[in-house]
Design a protein around this ligand. Structure first.
Ligand code: COA
Length: 323
């Protein structure tokens, strides 16, 4: 039996900190509104760095901690919705910068669920026996996709990257994943790319190359999908929530996480959060949290952890693992 497990995690966030106070100077908002509605106090905004720069730094950090060499990596998956270019992929750029010449590389677009999807794909590829060491990165510069005139979205997001090395193992690390997607709700969180007609509306969407969101619709989807995927995992694996030490949720809004905690009857302390300092960094939130928990020594070998995310698509996914 071939298993897969997390070997190391890493992260990188731009130095530039933008607080709620800073935002209130450039738009009609306040620290009070943002804090109470979302839990966010500040976020990092990239100045001169693109998605691949952040991805490379997070990936390098995870690689250094793993004890592996760049040549040992045979798979690189970057989950992102804010790539430098349509092509080449961010993962190919990262491969070149790292010197990971033996890696097969591709990007994956599942928005904020991207890191979870990436880990599931990497784990499945390792379990075929064809791959040994995968580098999975979530990296975003959403600040470049935001409409800074739209206070209802601009205050929510930030930039950052997180990474994990997932490796072939003789003991069970990654236990199971659960995913789902709902393309019929795609229009509730979207961002145009080419000059084409929007698939979501009859109207011409050509000029719309910024993120737009129906916050309430996404809120509703997020809470339902997170609870469903956690329950699916528990059913699939016969593991009870009592055995799970931490739940690492996508970091979009503390109210979403509160709702999920109440719905599954678990104390909020079981859900680790750092969204007060980073905001929603999309695919980067979960690995950024994992890295912070790892650096704080909160994760012990064998601890059962659930990762659970949701995002544009709409997509959602969860993963249960032994650390
Ligand atoms: N500052 C001050 N006021 C703001 C504001 C801001 N940044 N953004 C919106 N408002 C105002 C609105 O204009 C509205 O005013 P009105 O009542 O006069 O019309 C009021 O605040 C309430 O807005 P509403 O959208 O109802 O707030 P909400 O409680 O639903 O919270 C979100 C909005 C976006 C925080 C919340 O819906 C949410 O978190 N949704 C999920 C989004 C998400 O997770 N996205 C990421 C997916 S990966």
């Amino acid at each position: 039996m071939i298993y897969s497990k997390f070997l190391s995690v890493g992260a990188y966030a731009p130095e530039n900190i933008v607080t709620n106070e800073d935002l209130s100077k450039i738009m009609d908002t306040s620290d009070e509104w943002i804090s109470t509605r979302t839990g966010i106090k500040e976020r990092r905004i990239s100045k001169n760095e693109d998605c691949s720069d952040l991805a490379y730094k997070a990936g390098k950090n995870a690689l250094e901690k793993s004890g592996l060499k760049a040549e040992d990596i045979d798979l690189i998956i970057v989950a992102t919705v804010s790539p430098d270019m349509f092509f080449p992929s961010v993962s190919c750029i990262v491969q070149d910068k790292l010197g990971a010449e033996n890696a097969t590389c591709f990007d994956l677009n599942a928005a904020c669920s991207g890191f979870v999807y990436g880990c599931i794909v990497a784990s499945s590829m390792i379990k075929t026996g064809e791959y040994k060491n995968a580098l999975v990165i979530g990296s975003e510069v959403l600040s470049k996709l935001l409409d800074w005139e739209d206070r209802s979205t601009a205050v929510l997001f930030g930039d950052g990257a997180g990474a994990a090395i997932i490796t072939k193992s003789e003991t069970e690390g990654i236990i199971a994943g659960a995913t789902s997607s709902n393309g019929s709700k795609g229009g509730s969180l979207s961002c145009g790319a080419l000059d084409v007609k929007s698939p979501f509306t009859e109207e011409d969407n050509i000029k719309h190359k910024k993120l737009i969101m129906n916050g309430r619709e996404v809120f509703k989807f997020a809470t339902g999908a997170m609870v469903d995927n956690i329950n699916k995992l528990l059913e699939k694996t016969n593991i009870s929530l009592d055995e799970v030490k931490y739940i690492v949720p996508h970091q979009a809004n503390v109210r979403i996480i509160d709702y999920v905690a109440r719905k599954i009857n678990e104390p909020i302390e079981k859900f680790y959060m750092n969204l007060d300092r980073y905001g929603n960094t999309s695919s980067a939130t979960i690995p950024l949290v994992l890295n912070e928990m790892d650096e704080k020594g909160l994760l012990q070998k064998g601890d059962k952890i659930i990762l659970v995310g949701f995002g544009a698509g709409l997509t959602s996914g969860a993963l249960i693992l032994n650390w």
